[in-house]
Design a protein around this ligand. Structure first.
Ligand code: NCD
Ligand code: ZN
Length: 353
């Protein structure tokens, strides 16, 4: 196959940051995706509808003229979130979901939840309202091996939650293990998962290939090859429970290449192209469109997009670095090739953007 046309995809898990960083990365996403679920782990976090509305306005303001993109906002769950916040979120029409970070699990998660039992009132309100809970599924218990934190979270924390709130709509974000695939498949239709391109393309060897590779460090960590295989089968298997979420998470070069580097991999510059590589590797390119463009919209009860994008089977070289405000960021595959390229698109006619 030399070209692949698909309904324009959406990114169901994305970090856009703010200020100059937001302006630097947003066009990469908006060129490829119609909508994205925007993560709320800013400093300070997006904990209220008011903050979400301001953040949304700043994203739309950062969008280059002529580009269309719809940010779907999320609220950052804290132990101070109330059922009234959920009611306000539903009324606002701009909040698509609530994000649950176990406190300390990842970048900017310090304000997250130490004990989910403290949020049961809010979860009940979300279950009633149909507002999805997006889960960073890792325990923070230092006694648990870092490669087992997702598996242990599913058993210890998430299973009791889905049993207690069977109608709660849950997305297990950026799953990385065979156990997570099994968990989602065995759960009710209210439970789904996002998959990143990097977890479909790499196993944990990539962290240490010829030396320590900070640009392959993300959370949850890359896992063994058997897990990558399970993720690839889940993504390409046609189940509506699995959909695209890049978890593209830009950090400056300086905060990655340092003694205590940040977690996060930037993939927005080649996101759908990288998924095409993974699907092609699995011999399942014909399944990419449903995974990237249908399953997520259906789960979120949003209309599917109508316009299309085309990918061409042409190699291109990823720049060795990208501008990131006054700083630089190192993109995934920096200085290396990507096998698919997004075709130039005609400018939208009569765009009211
Ligand atoms: C994300 C970030 O940098 O905001 N980092 C990451 O490694 N994925 C946070 C997250 O999604 O865990
Ligand atoms: Zn993330």
């Amino acid at each position: 196959m030399t070209a692949l046309t698909l309904v324009r995809p959406d990114d169901w898990h994305l970090h856009l940051r703010d200020g100059a960083h937001l302006r630097a990365v947003l066009p990469d996403t908006a060129r490829r995706f119609a909508r994205a679920i925007v993560m709320p782990n800013l400093k300070p976090p997006v904990t209220s509808v008011g903050l979400a509305a301001r953040y949304r306005a700043s994203i739309l303001d950062a969008l280059p003229p002529g580009m269309r993109f719809e940010p779907l906002m999320t609220l950052y769950l804290t132990e101070a979130t109330t059922p009234a916040d959920i009611a306000e979120a539903m009324e606002s029409g701009i909040v698509a979901a609530v994000k649950y970070y176990p406190a300390g699990a990842t970048t900017h998660s310090a304000a997250g939840v130490t004990d989910i039992a403290r949020c049961h009132g809010v979860l009940a309100a979300m279950e009633e309202a149909g507002l999805p809970l997006l889960v960073h599924g890792e325990v923070t218990d230092p006694a648990v091996d870092v490669f087992d934190r997702e598996k242990v979270f599913l058993e210890r924390v998430l299973l009791p939650v889905v049993r207690r709130f069977p109608r709660l709509r849950v997305v297990v974000e950026h799953i990385t293990t065979r156990e997570a695939v099994d968990f989602v498949e065995a759960a009710s239709e209210n439970v789904a998962a996002t998959l990143t391109a990097h977890h479909l393309l790499l196993n944990r060897n990539a962290l240490f290939q010829g030396g320590l590779q900070p640009h392959h460090y993300c959370l949850p960590l890359l896992k063994r090859e058997i897990h990558r295989g399970a993720l690839l089968r889940a993504a390409t298997g046609g189940s509506p429970k699995f959909f695209l979420g890049t978890d593209s998470a830009p950090h400056t070069r300086a905060t990655k290449e340092t003694a205590c580097g940040c977690a996060g991999i930037y993939t927005a510059h080649a996101a759908i192209e990288l998924y095409a590589e993974a699907f092609e590797q699995a011999g399942a390119l014909e399944r990419l469109e449903a995974f990237a463009s249908f399953h997520g919209a259906d789960f979120y009860r949003l209309p599917r997009n109508e316009d299309r994008i085309t990918l061409e089977k042409t190699h291109w070289n990823v720049p060795s670095q990208l501008a990131f405000g006054d700083e630089v960021l190192i993109p995934f595959r920096a200085g290396e090739r990507v096998a698919w390229r997004l075709a130039e698109q005609p400018a939208p006619t009569g765009a009211e953007a």
